[in-house]
Design a protein around this ligand. Structure first.
Ligand SMILES: [Zn+2]
Length: 206
């Protein structure tokens, strides 16, 4: 009997303020490692064959009957196709309602002095461009490792993270997908513990 040796085909570090676009074939696994803890990793997913069939936070939350993402969460598209499933999670909870930081929201929330600061929206556009991902393809995203608790009255807030150094989350692609990642540079709320840090991307597929 021969054993199957699985080679790592992706192993890269993404600095805060930087991003990545990764094509993961059906059955492939993508792991995001929060190397230093409490680092938000803003993420969008697309059907690799059809950018219009993209991740839908709303449909994902409604169909699973809960607002947090963790192991077992099926990441659904606008057409209710399963793009990927979270198959491993040592953090335990991830957000998909808090949205991504942008120059516009930074200025409104935190003041005009933040206008020059880099944001996830710019990273999404920069790394999405080679695949044809533009402004009209940006929708509500996942914030891996970000803590946005919803309280008993339905209120929500950006809170101190639950993650810790070395925690990881792993996706298994249900079809060929593009995963667009922005390692969040936000300095104005606790989503990155006031100190954005690198994350590692690991991938296994054939
Ligand atoms: Zn951000």
């Amino acid at each position: 009997m021969t054993s199957i040796l699985e080679a790592t085909v992706l192993d890269t570090v993404v600095q805060p303020g930087d991003g990545a676009l990764v094509q993961v074939p059906a059955g492939g696994r993508l792991r995001i490692v929060d190397q230093y803890g409490n680092q938000a990793v803003d993420t969008l997913l697309y059907d690799a064959g059809d950018l219009g069939n993209r991740y839908s936070a709303f449909d994902t939350v409604r169909e699973q009957g809960g607002v947090y993402l963790t192991t077992g969460s099926r990441l659904l598209s606008t057409r209710l196709d399963e793009l990927a499933v979270i198959t491993d999670d040592t953090c335990g909870r991830h957000d998909t309602v808090g949205g991504a930081c942008a120059q516009e929201s930074n200025v409104i929330r935190y003041g005009d002095h933040t206008r020059h600061e880099h944001s996830c929206r710019e990273t999404f556009l920069r790394y999405g461009a080679p695949a044809g991902i533009g402004q009209r393809h940006l929708a509500h995203n996942i914030n891996f490792f970000m803590n946005v608790p919803v309280d008993a009255t339905g209120g929500l807030r950006f809170d101190d993270g639950l993650s810790a150094p070395g925690k990881h989350v792993e996706l298994t692609a249900s079809r060929d997908v593009l995963v667009l990642v922005s390692n969040c540079p936000q300095l104005n709320n606790p989503c990155n513990g006031w100190n954005p840090t690198p994350v590692q991307l690991l991938g296994w597929w054939h």
